[in-house]
Structures are given as structure tokens and as C-alpha cells.
Design a protein around this ligand. Sequence first.
Ligand code: SF4
Length: 346
Amino acid sequence: MQSIVQKIKKAGLTGRGGACFPTADKWLMVKKARGEKKYIVCNASEGEPGIKKDKYLLEKKIDHVIDGILIAIDYLEAEKAYIYLNPAYYEKFGKNLEKTIGTLPIEVFKKQHKAGYIGGEESSALNHIEGKRIEPRLRPPFPTTSGLLGFPTLINNVETFYDVSLIAANEYQGKRFYTINGDCLYGGVYELPESWTIAEVLKKTDNYPDFDFFVQVGGDASGVVLNARQMNQPAGGGGSITIHSCLKHNPVGLMRYWTNFFYNESCGQCTPCREGLHRIKEEMEKKELNWQMIARLLDNLEDTSFCGLGCSVKTPFSSYVNNVLKKSGIKINLPLDQKKCLCECF
Ligand code: SF4
């Protein structure tokens, strides 16, 4: 009989939190790691704007999610699991979750408001649960060998545990959840094949625009911006697709939105991100924008930030400039190259 990790490997499941790391490999790393105790964290912080699939699962499929966590506890012989829940979700689902959990070795941990977006990064989440300052840790060591309280820890997203429960029951069909937002009639969360392209997902849900548009996929902040001719690729990352009408959107307004988001969510631990975002925000608020300066600051953030938040600030800007503005002839002289592969996890 196949073990659960063999079944996960055969299903080809990758983490649904956005990083797309192979789930079976992560489980094996924790299994092989030495430690008197092992822990599990189900990450339900969902701080990236535009992604609502974990909320959907907490509301509609909580039994499956808990099943997936119990399967992990059993496989790893873990001491305990935590469900790391964002504050809004705690208000909405906390009581029901605790009732469903009953006496199982699972604790619901309420993420504080001040933890923000960066509180969802896995090592920040561990610091938060331990009662430490909420900021990313230097890696290595990785949580798989030294996580919660220094013990090997498996951290997976809510949807990953949901998929594990389907795999264990031989019901997994290679689907994932997509959140569709923006200028569309039928926004919401849909479960459709992971292999589908953005175009297929939008057509199936009756959301394919009949107007000039572009999309941001994988999150409304750190996601990649693609034009209408780039729809033949999977959405990837956190599985969100936000549609923007070319007629309605305001280029500088959109860039200010990204800037303000990252500025507000930076934990302030490292100088490039803390000071860089402060300077970009300052520049973005001026009447005459210094695009050369903004481009240099974004490059610096990408190259020198301590964690993924700072490194990903440039992604929406560079993909928007290269895939939308340059193609549509809108003249904004923001000289950004686009190093990242669009198919890569972001
Ligand atoms: S890049 Fe930003 S969010 Fe990440 S550690 Fe540095 S200051 Fe904090």
C-alpha cells in the first residue's frame, strides 16, 4: 500500500500558498529531520489582496482541511498543529473552528492585526506564535529542520491540507482554487483544473472580457501583470486573476496602490526595504515623478532586500511597464527590465 507521501508525490501536489514548493518533498524533509518534537502550522493568514480561496475553504470545506492536518500529524507523529488565522477570519470562523476541532491536538492561533502581510511569511508566523517580534528569520536553517521553538515544523497553506485530504481519499482531480476579481461580472472563488490557462479559466466562468484589458495574477500586490495576448499560461502562485479595464484604469494610481501597500506592510527590519519604500512613496506622491529614481530604488529593493516582500515589490511595476504600458504606447519612462520568468512562482 502506498504511503500518504507517495500518494502526494504521485499527485504532483505543490504548495498552494504561492511558492509552489513540492509538498511531498517538504513532508519528507520534516519526517527525516531530527527533533524530540515536531510541529505543524496550517497557514491561514491570507494577507495578499485579491486572494480569497482560504476564506472560502474555511467557510465551506473545514472538515477536509482538518482531515488534511490530522493526516500530517499522524504521518509526522507531530506533537501538535496550529491553525494560524488572520484576525478577520478569526472573527468569522474562529468559534466554528474551535467547535469542530474539539479535543484534537490542534490550536487556533489568532494572528494580530499589527502582524499584517509580512506576518503571513512562514518564519514571521513562527516568530509570532512564539511571541517574538513579527519579522522574517534568516534562512537557513529552514523551518523543516528548525521551526517552531527550534523543532522541525511543517508549514503548509489551508488549500494544501485540503488537497492532501482529497489525495488520501483518492478523490483528488488535479484541481485548484482561483479567485477572480476586478472588472468582471462573476467574481468569486472557483475550483478548476490546475493545468488550465488564464484564458480557459476566464472563459469557463463567463468572465473573459469583451473590452481591452490586462490582468494581474497571483495577488493584487506582488502578482505579475499580463496583457491580453499573454492569457495562454496558468495563473500560478496564489491562483488569483484580477481583471483591469484599459479604459478605466489609471497607471499612476495603480502604481501608487502597490507602493502604499508595500510601504504599509514592510516590517522595517532591513534598510533597503524600510528606507527604499519610504523614498518610493515620497517620489510617487510628487506632481512631477522622477521615474529614473523610482526605477533605481526598485532595482535596489529587488537585489538587496532581506525577504521576499522587498524582493517582490518590483514585480508588478516591471511586468506592468513591459507587458502593458510599452505595448499600449502609454509614455511613462520607467526604465525597468523584467528579470523574472512569468511562469515562475511569485
Ligand atoms: S524586506 Fe521588508 S518585509 Fe522583508 S525583512 Fe526587510 S523590511 Fe521586513
